[in-house]
Design a protein around this ligand. Structure first.
Ligand code: PBG
Length: 326
């Protein structure tokens, strides 16, 4: 007795058949490369917990951006690590500060051929490592922080960023940044809101990457991993304030959130495959426990399948190279 195969089986018979019937495929254009630049470096500095990722010098950052543009990546997201830090993150506003200078350099290198995004957040610039300034009780002072974010946003737009990425989870940050941009004549600078950003243990390696001074945690302003519905509320607020795109972060442990947001968002949805997601796959692959390339491709495919229109990934350049070969 022979039973008919179920229909999907017939669509899996050969690589060509699977390629034809794939519901999703990866494209370089939807990948965004997060990149770190550290002030005062003469050589790129490897990040131990993120093998293959470095803190760039201005030279190597320009080259990484040029390569990203060449490969047709969607964008680059810049993070700066300053030499000096203080309680108010003053260096973030200096037009010649590490991040603003990096934006200018990258813009000079790639022009409009790659979308240049930059991190609007104080954690890399404060000596206490929080995403905002602190009040007398050690709490993040939301309103005082917003004032600085508005100025930071204008400084980054002046430097040539196409898209600003406020990642600090301050209430009202999108509205304040939008208004500051309008007032400064930057009508075309877009805002990618880190709308549903969770307090996550998987940010660990990033904290090494930016040499974070944080002692406590960010649980009073980032979302609680227990909450799903709340992500929609956060996204709605950011949309009301004028977000042009919204982000879910992290990605892998939050694919339900990615799917929920993709289902309701009228604007493009990004997901950030964060440092800890990168580190886990690299560590397992280095031990020979998983097939590195297959695991990377599957992890990003999962994020796309969940509904993200674009993915920030430290593997963006490498994946784009693979896509070119295949
Ligand atoms: C805050 C920021 C963080 C990340 C991106 N922006 C760290 C945090 O919120 O603690 C994490 C990215 C990653 O882990 O790859 N400026």
């Amino acid at each position: 007795m022979s039973f008919p195969q179920h229909r999907p089986r017939r669509l899996r018979t050969t690589p060509a058949m699977r390629r034809l019937t794939a519901e999703h495929r990866l494209n370089a254009a939807e990948l965004i490369l997060p990149a770190f630049i550290r002030e005062g470096l003469t050589e790129p500095n490897p990040i131990a917990s993120m093998p293959g990722v470095v803190q760039h010098t201005s030279d190597t950052l320009r080259r990484a951006a040029a390569e990203a543009a060449e490969l047709g990546l969607g964008g680059i997201m810049l993070f700066g690590i300053p030499e000096t830090r203080d309680a108010r993150g003053t260096a973030s506003l200096d037009p010649d500060g590490v991040l603003n200078k990096a934006i200018r350099d990258v813009r000079a290198e790639v022009g409009d051929t790659l979308v240049i995004m930059s991190d609007v957040c104080l954690d890399e610039f404060t000596d206490h490592g929080h995403c905002g300034v602190l009040d007398d009780n050690g709490y993040v002072d939301n309103d005082a922080t917003l004032e600085i974010y508005g100025q930071m946003a204008v400084a980054q737009a002046n430097a040539g960023a196409h898209v600003l990425g406020p990642s600090g989870m301050m209430d009202g940050q999108i509205g304040v940044i939008r208004r500051a941009l309008e007032d400064a004549g930057h009508k075309n600078t877009a805002v990618l809101a880190y709308a549903a950003k969770y307090a996550s243990a998987f940010y660990g390696p990033f904290r090494e990457a930016v040499d974070s001074q944080l002692k406590g945690d960010r649980r009073t302003y980032q979302m609680d991993a227990a909450n799903r519905r709340e992500a929609i509320a956060e996204v709605e607020l950011d949309l009301e304030e004028g977000a042009d795109m919204v982000m879910v972060k992290p990605a892998m442990s939050y694919l339900d959130i990615v799917a929920d947001v993709a289902a309701m968002s009228p604007v493009p949805v990004a997901a950030y495959q964060i440092s800890g997601e990168y580190a886990m796959i690299e560590a397992a692959a280095a031990n020979g426990w998983i097939d590195r390339k297959a695991a990377i491709v599957e992890s990003v495919m999962g994020i796309r399948r969940a509904g993200a229109d674009m993915v920030l990934s430290y593997w963006a350049t490498e994946i784009a190279n693979w896509l070119k070969e295949s």
